[in-house]
Design a protein around this ligand. Structure first.
Ligand code: PMV
Length: 310
């Protein structure tokens, strides 16, 4: 039994990383696997008791506080909290589609439960966070929650909602933002509609994507960047067939490859947001310039080996 006042005067901060999808988007929503990496850009949440009569959320970088509100409500339902809370968020993730919604959810749940003196296992933090993300978005595979929670590059089983393999490997990447904000829910619905109307076609694309994810995981273990790059290119073609790429993303992907990348693809739901390229160090500058020349903005980031942290 926790004595609330032992904790209420203290401020506690927790940071969670953003993510980039490496391979397997969309198919993972239907239970197939994906490879995702956490990145070295963080979302930090601090929690303390508020002097006001209601919970206060100060989130200067975001106008959408639904994830924080729902996370607080869920934790309150599980563990009674007397008085009101002051939650502040600080984000390095911008609005590039780097997983700020899942990062803020994981960070709030971890911060609040720790603040209350509860040490929940990662699986429980995952379940609570995934519940919040689903209740706001209505859908989603949970890959982003897993990346924020565990860190590193993870093989996420979309069916079991489990991390089945982890890789502490520093992938040499370049990330370009297409300057268009992607509407993830809309893109997932678009693929869902295609799946209803062309079931066999979409199922065969999903199976191909799943094979690419498996092949990518082997290449990753062997640090075989050439094969991993080819797998990325193939995955991008599959995403084009699903109708989720855009001319701008295609241009950024193909110019990155022409400038010397091992491979490249859109990353995430598509329709905008980011592309990712696997790049030999010697070609990094040329690839970044080629992405910029196609209208992309380079987002400097690296793989992060650490997940949510206190
Ligand atoms: O748009 P993002 O970066 O949140 O990625 C969405 C990836 C999907 O597979 C399309 C959806 C999901 O939840 O897995």
């Amino acid at each position: 039994m926790i004595v609330q006042s032992d904790f209420s005067s203290k401020q506690l901060s927790v940071s969670a990383p953003g993510k980039l999808m490496l391979l397997g988007e969309h198919a993972v929503v239907y239970g197939y696997p994906c490879l995702v990496t956490a990145i070295d850009k963080l979302l930090t949440v601090s929690v303390r008791k508020s002097t006001k009569s209601h919970d206060q959320i100060i989130a200067p970088e975001s106008s959408d506080t639904r994830y924080v509100e729902k996370a607080i409500r869920l934790v309150r339902r599980k563990f009674p909290i007397s008085g009101s809370l002051l939650i502040k968020t600080r984000s390095e993730l911008g609005s590039y589609g780097l997983g700020s919604s899942s990062a803020v959810t994981v960070a709030v749940i971890k911060a609040l439960t720790l603040w209350l003196g509860k040490f929940l296992p990662n699986k429980s933090i995952f379940n609570l966070s995934y519940h919040v993300v689903r209740s706001v978005q209505g859908q989603g595979s949970g890959f982003d929650v897993a990346a924020s929670l565990y860190g590193g590059i993870i093989f996420f089983d979309g069916k079991a909602k489990k991390v089945t393999d982890r890789f502490q490997i520093n992938l040499p990447i370049s990330v370009g933002y297409s300057s268009v904000k992607a509407q993830t829910v809309h893109m997932v619905e678009k693929v869902g509609h295609l799946k209803k109307t062309r079931q066999k076609y979409v199922s065969s694309i999903f199976s191909s994507i799943a094979s690419l994810v498996e092949k990518g995981a082997v290449a990753l273990k062997e640090k075989n960047w050439r094969t991993f790059g080819q797998v990325m290119n193939e995955n991008h073609k599959m995403l084009q067939l699903l109708g989720v790429s855009t001319p701008k993303l295609d241009a950024m992907v193909s110019s990155a490859c022409k400038a010397g990348a091992y491979g490249a693809k859109l990353s995430g739901a598509g329709g905008g947001d980011c592309m990712i390229a696997l790049v030999p160090t010697s070609s990094k500058e040329a690839v970044d310039n080629a992405i910029r020349a196609s209208g992309g903005e380079i987002i400097p980031c690296k793989v992060s080996f650490e997940g949510v942290r206190h």
